[in-house]
Design a protein around this ligand. Structure first.
Ligand SMILES: Nc1nc2c(ncn2[C@@H]2O[C@H](COP(=O)(O)OP(=O)(O)OP(=O)(O)O)[C@@H](O)[C@H]2O)c(=O)[nH]1
Ligand SMILES: [Mg+2]
Length: 279
């Protein structure tokens, strides 16, 4: 059931609503993680809908909150470098594997960099994915400098003339400034060899409004070019995707809908909005 079901019923049936009903609808929208700012903006706009096709009007209102920036991956002349960043456990490593599988299936060559050197298990995890997807993984020793692993991977990708290099990074809390600064260092060191075309921030849809705070701070530390919103499978709280786009104007490029390497989809705004509205 779409998160706007009551809302749609309301605006379909009447041109005005009594204040109490609007409060019920507000609670419903907040519960779906649209957040207080976007919720009040949507309600204000919706109150103005009079006559005409209410569904069309609501679709238009929601569309206006989406980013107008490009959702396609930037492409470099040489190897296109994609850094994948985010807080702990959001689905970065899985998304790196999914992205590799996605790019490989469209005929591109891909190298992965295991720049999460904090835990040996993180390197193993990426290497396992690399074998499964069939792409080379460049790793250093446990505890190696993430920037040096990323640098080696850039050098190797250039040698191989691979189409893409995807760099997996360690999860970090957005309020740890030294760790945030490390991301900028990884980027700087890679850029001695290759341009970093994309920095994709992975947000777990189930973390709700905290996703907006994460996105704000990561954007301040490193120029985030797009989002991957994960764990949208079975989530009735997918509204956070729209809330982040509306607050920060960062385009969602991909969504994760499960744990396997094929559970990645290019973000389709029209389908997303109609999914929110569908009843
Ligand atoms: N249901 C679902 N689970 C996901 C999705 N993406 C990742 N996961 C799961 O989330 C968990 C964490 O995924 P990881 O890829 O290891 O997350 P990470 O961000 O690399 O974690 P750290 O490196 O520890 O910060 C795993 O159990 C994944 O299978 C998704 O789109 N849907
Ligand atoms: Mg990881």
């Amino acid at each position: 059931m779409g998160i706007f079901s009551k809302f749609v019923a309301k605006i379909k049936g009447e041109s005005t609503a009594d204040p109490l009903d609007w409060q019920v609808l507000e609670t419903e929208l907040l519960g779906s993680d649209l957040g207080p700012t976007l919720t009040s903006q949507i309600i204000q706009s919706a109150k103005l809908i009079k006559g005409g096709d209410a569904l069309v009007s609501l679709t238009q209102i929601l569309n206006e909150h989406l980013s107008a920036k490009s959702r396609t991956l930037s492409k470099s002349d040489q190897t296109t470098v994609i850094m994948v960043v985010g807080v702990n456990g959001t689905g970065k490593t899985t998304s790196v594997a999914k992205l590799a599988a996605h790019l490989k299936s469209s005929g591109s060559s891909v190298v992965l960099a295991a720049a999460d050197t904090f835990r040996a298990a993180a390197v193993d995890q990426l290497q396992t994915w690399g074998k499964r997807v069939g792409v080379e993984v460049i790793a250093g020793k446990e505890g190696a400098e993430p920037a040096s692993v990323a640098f080696d991977a850039a050098t190797r990708s250039k040698e191989l003339s691979s189409d893409y290099l995807i760099i997996d990074t360690a999860g970090r809390l957005h309020n740890k400034s030294d760790l945030m600064a490390e991301l900028e260092k990884v980027k700087r060191v890679v850029e001695k060899t290759l341009v970093v075309a994309e920095v994709l921030l992975v947000i777990d849809a189930t973390t709700g409004q905290n996703g907006i705070a994460q996105a704000k701070i990561f954007t301040e530390a490193v120029a985030v070019t797009g989002l991957i919103v994960t764990k949208l499978d079975g989530s009735a709280r997918g509204g956070v995707a729209l809330a982040i786009e509306s607050a920060l104007d960062i385009p969602i490029k991909f969504i994760g809908t499960g744990e396997s390497d094929t559970d990645l989809a290019v973000f389709a705004p029209a389908a997303y909005i109609s999914g929110l509205i569908a009843d």
